[in-house]
Ligand binder design. Structure first.
Ligand SMILES: *[C@@H]1O[C@H](CO)[C@@H](O)[C@H](O)[C@H]1NC(C)=O
Ligand SMILES: *[C@@H]1O[C@H](CO)[C@@H](O)[C@H](O)[C@H]1NC(C)=O
Ligand SMILES: *[C@@H]1O[C@H](CO)[C@@H](O)[C@H](O)[C@H]1NC(C)=O
Ligand SMILES: *[C@@H]1O[C@H](CO)[C@@H](O)[C@H](O)[C@H]1NC(C)=O
Length: 354
């Protein structure tokens, strides 16, 4: 009997821990349910009932306190408007949130707020920015799926307060006309993966972002016909305390077709990319232009545009570049010669290097 109870208990806790990993599980403090009429409840208190999906979501968010959680079980459209999440709140988008374009604004925004968490979100539509952030601390993004028909997926603002300690787990973006994920002004960024499919500009664009660790960026048909890349680092990315000592680590970049594979530009660097798998990129498979302390430690390039080290005259030339790569079916070109370039190449690609 005691043994039986123990195994029932064990099974119960096993189920409970599975349930915890589901959107909306385990009694969120507030919920949004319904279809054409939406209801927001905080516990047993109704805080909104009506046809406005955005108003229902915002009422649920506004009804909870810091440390509490909202789960949006309903699907619906918010139109050209914005959902705002304030400090300490957890937002779970369990239905599909369809959005449209509010010029210059995010469909979901977190501004000057600490400890906001979005463990789950599915978004469709054509936003200006799907998610827009600035001035955040300890922001946590979990499983985020943005199936867009235009717009930019996730944006950290350029001209607003910086962000500290941002975590992203599994970010999947399709159909953005601009970037899947664009960062500015983050100190402390951890990303498990960004998966970008059929995206107009970059997969992951890092700018003025330091102390970053990205496990995987995987792009297919990203930035076709443009100079953007599956992974682009620009505008002094990785410059920390006036130098480029390594502080950006990228474990793996995979890119197929589209524009560029890996692009470092405009005084960025301080980066180690452990391995790349680039094939049939329509523009340069790799372009390093006016960057400092850049290492690509291994991987392959198959066909597509050339692997190129270049420089524009407005910034200092490339320096301290280490590239270990197997390049087949496309060429490798260094022009002008960089300062302390170190090539370790294999494969059949033609070479024009210093
Ligand atoms: C998404 O929202 C747009 C704009 O409000 C609307 O035209 C479209 O029909 C909506 N799509 C869905 C699937 O609800
Ligand atoms: C999002 O796109 C993926 C891949 O195309 C698809 O499997 C999924 O059903 C889509 N989800 C929504 C809500 O559109
Ligand atoms: C959103 O609207 C702005 C201004 O009206 C426009 O410039 C932009 O291209 C639109 N973006 C999308 C994704 O439709
Ligand atoms: C590159 O970064 C490494 C630290 O990871 C540092 O040891 C090295 O001095 C840097 N090189 C240059 C030339 O900045």
């Amino acid at each position: 009997m005691a043994q039986f109870s123990l195994s029932v208990l064990t099974a119960f806790f096993a189920l409970a821990s599975v349930a915890q990993a589901q959107c909306g599980a385990n009694s969120p403090h507030a919920t949004v349910t319904g279809s054409s009429t939406f209801t927001a409840n905080r516990g047993s208190t109704r805080v909104y009932s009506g046809s406005d999906y955005r108003a229902a979501i915002q009422a649920a968010l506004d009804s909870i306190s810091s440390g509490q959680r909202v789960a949006v079980m309903a699907s619906g459209s918010i139109g050209a408007s914005t959902i705002t999440i304030t400090s300490g709140k957890t937002f779970e988008g369990c239905g599909t949130i369809n959005v449209s374009n509010r010029s210059g604004r995010g469909a979901i925004e977190v501004t000057d707020a600490n400890d906001v968490s979005i463990p789950y979100l599915t978004m469709t539509g054509s936003p200006y920015f799907g998610l827009r952030f600035s001035g955040t601390r300890n922001l946590n993004l979990g499983k985020i799926t943005l199936n867009l028909s235009g717009g930019l997926g996730i944006r950290f603002d350029r001209d607003r307060a910086p962000n500290y300690n941002v975590k992203m787990d599994d970010i999947r973006v399709t159909g953005a006309s601009s970037h899947a994920v664009e960062t500015w002004n983050i100190d402390g960024l951890t990303i498990n993966q960004v998966i970008a499919r059929n995206v107009g500009e970059s997969g992951l664009l890092l700018q003025k972002t330091t102390n970053a660790h990205v496990k995987l960026v995987d792009g297919n048909n990203v930035g076709a016909g443009t100079g953007y890349a599956t992974l682009r680092m620009a505008n002094e990315n990785g410059k920390l305390n006036g130098n480029w000592n390594t502080n950006v680590w990228v474990d793996r970049v995979v890119s197929r077709g589209g524009g560029r594979g890996v692009f470092c530009v405009s005084q960025s660097g301080g980066v180690v990319i452990t391995t790349v798998d680039l094939a049939q990129n329509g523009n340069n498979a790799v372009l390093v232009e006016n960057c400092y302390n850049v290492s690509i430690r291994g991987g392959t390039v198959n066909g597509g545009g050339e692997v190129r080290l270049a420089a524009r005259s407005e910034f200092a030339n490339n320096r301290d570049v280490w590239i270990t790569l197997r390049v087949d079916g496309t060429s490798v070109r260094e022009s002008p010669c960089g300062d302390n370039t170190n090539w370790y190449l294999s494969g059949n690609g033609a070479r024009n290097i210093c």
